[in-house]
Write a protein that binds this ligand. Structure first.
Ligand code: KIV
Length: 262
């Protein structure tokens, strides 16, 4: 049975941890979905991990839709969420409707994620939710604000921590079904998780969140620039280099392909 936004909230009530990963194409979506990941995020981190940009800022809505369509075709069970890229929702609520609408209609995602918990973001979330578009929040380190925040941990001081907590509460009140907590202290993430009815999905936010998300290219050892909180579960960069090295050597030695039997 496909996972729904309501089911994620039930997972929190039941104390069942939510496993989420980012995804960018059909083949990977099939593998992650069949492996039992609960939530697949077509994150704008694909700009850095897959498209080779220096930040997530250049990612366009068309690029997100292109990747999300491929992911949709490979996903059967997981809840599919896509990021609204930088400057595709900040200008006005109308712009956010247009962008989120395209992701739902053209790519078939079930929900969108947007960054920030400031009053304008809250208004946008409330209007999208009111119109029936499920929204996931994202506070703490928000990579689209890299030129203001850098990639440093957020919420370290009492004042900064209280601000993130109040943003998370405001996002819940505006109707988000879940919220990403990125690179904040573990005790702050714990406090937010206890305060909210909706699930928190942590990345670099410690073990007390209701679920965890990582960027899949980090998990698989494909990327050469990982954040300090990422965990590498496989070294595919090395495995691919070895496989391609063997292939290249066999082609040059004319030992591949074999002589056909006839
Ligand atoms: O774009 C992304 O991959 C994200 C995750 C860091 C949650 O937003």
């Amino acid at each position: 049975m496909p996972i729904t936004t309501q089911q994620l909230i039930r997972f929190k009530q039941e104390g069942r941890a939510i496993a989420a990963l980012t995804v960018w194409d059909y083949a990977l979506a099939q593998i992650l979905d069949e492996a039992g990941v609960d939530l697949l995020l077509v994150g704008d981190s694909l700009g850095m991990a897959i498209l080779g940009y220096d930040t997530t800022l250049p990612v366009t809505l068309d690029e997100m839709i292109h990747h999300a369509k491929a992911v949709r075709r490979g996903t059967r069970r997981a809840l599919l969420v896509a990021d609204l890229p930088f400057m595709t929702y900040q200008e006005s609520v109308e712009q956010a409707f247009h962008s989120a609408g395209r992701l739902l209609k053209e790519a078939g995602v079930q929900a969108v994620k947007l960054e920030g918990g400031h009053p304008t973001a809250i208004t946008t979330v409330a209007r999208l939710v009111e119109a029936g578009i499920p929204v996931m929040g994202h506070v703490g380190l928000t990579p689209q604000s890299v030129h203001q925040l850098g990639y440093r941990q957020q919420g370290g001081s009492q004042e900064a921590g209280e601000k993130i907590l109040s943003q998370a509460i405001a996002l819940e009140q505006a109707g988000v079904f879940a919220i990403v907590l990125e690179h904040i202290p573990s005790d702050l993430a714990c406090q937010i998780t206890q305060k909210l009815m909706i699930p928190t999905i942590g990345i670099g936010a410690g073990p007390h969140c209701d679920g965890q998300v990582l960027v899949t290219s980090d998990v698989l050892g494909l990327s050469n620039r990982q954040p300090p909180f990422a965990k590498v579960y496989a070294n595919l960069r090395e495995a691919i280099a070895q496989a391609v090295g063997e292939y290249t050597a066999e082609v040059r030695a004319r030992s591949f392909p074999d002589q056909p039997p006839f």
